[in-house]
Write a new protein. Sequence first.
Length: 326
Amino acid sequence: TKTPIRVAVTGAAGNIGYALLFRIASGEMFGKDQPLILQLLEIPVEGPQKALKGVAMELEDCAFPLLQDMVLTGEADVAFKDVNWALLVGSKPRGPGMERADLLKDNGKIFIAQGQSIDKVAADDARVAVVGNPCNTNVMIAASQAKRLPKDRFTAMVRLDENRGRAQLAKKAGVDIGQVSDLFIYGNHSPTMFADFTHAKIGGKAAADVIGDEAWLKNDFLPAVGKRGAAIIEARGVSSAASAANALVDHVHDLVTPGKIHSVAVESQGRYGFADGVWAGMPVKTTATGYDVITTYEMDDFAKSKIALTNDELVGERDTVKDMIG
Ligand code: NAX
C-alpha cells in the first residue's frame, strides 16, 4: 500500500469545500489506491471553526477507507505542515460596493501569508492549486513568497471554464461531451478569458466546421462561457460550488496523471504573448514529474486580440498588487 499524502484545503467549511472534501476523501482526485490525510484550514473564528467540525464529523461518517486522518485548524502553519498538495480555496468575497482593487489587496494579504507559510512548513515536493478569486493573481502572490519551491508548482484553476466551454459546444453540436476535445482556456479566470474555439475539435474535426456558425462562436459561445459564473449566481443566488469542486478534482487529477492535456493557469514566461510573470491559462501536458506547456498552437488575429485583452487585465491586476509583493 502507498504511503498517505497530506492534502491541505483552505476555506474548508465554505460552499466549495463542502462539495470538494468528500470527493477527495473518496479517492477521485488522487486515485482509489492513494491514502490521504486532510489538513483543513478555516479562519480562526467560532462560526467557521464550528462548521468545520461539522464537516469533519460527516467525513468521519462516510467511513472512507482512504481517509487516514484529519487536522482541523485556524493556523496556516499547522494546515500546511508537510503537505504534498495545498488547495487554496478560501478567500474573501467581494462585498457590496467594494472596489476591485480593494478585493485584490485584501486577498493579496491572505495569499502572502499563506505563501510564506507554505514556504516554511510544506513538504519539499509540495504543489499548490489556487481556486480563491482572483485566482490568477492570488497564485502569483503566493508563488512570490515561496522562494523554496519552483514556480511551476503553483497553478490556478481555469478548468471550470474549460468544462463549461466543452459542455456548451457539445450541446450546440448535439454530440456527447466526449466528442469535444482541444478546447483550451487562455488568460484570466474572469469574463475576459479566451475559450479558444479556433482549435477545438468535435469528433476529431474542426469545431468551427462542425458548428458552421462563426457568429455564434464569437458572439454567443464566448460570452456565455465568460459570464457563466454570473449566470449561476443569478439563478442560484450563490456562486458555483459543486461544478467548481468538480473542476478542481479534474485539475489536480489531471496534473497527477501523465499524458493528460488540459487547461491550467501557469506562470506565462511570455508564452502566447502574455506578459512575463503573470499567471495565465494555457494548455499543458502532464508528465511523470510535472507538466510541459503546449506552445505549438498558432493564433489568428482574432485569437491574438482576445489574448491581448485578457493579458491587459492580468497586467492591471499585477500592477494593483505590485507594491505588496515587492
Ligand atoms: P465561501 O464563502 O462559501 O467559502 C469560503 C470559505 O473560505 C469561508 O468558509 C471562509 O471562512 C474561508 N476563508 C476566508 N478566508 C480564509 C483564510 N484566510 N484562510 C482560510 N479560510 C478562509 O466561498 P466558496 O463558494 O466556497 O468559494 C471560494 C472561492 O472560490 C471564492 O473566492 C470564489 O470566488 C472562488 N471561485 C473560483 C472559481 C474558479 O473557477 N477559479 C469558481 C468558483 C468560485 O467562484
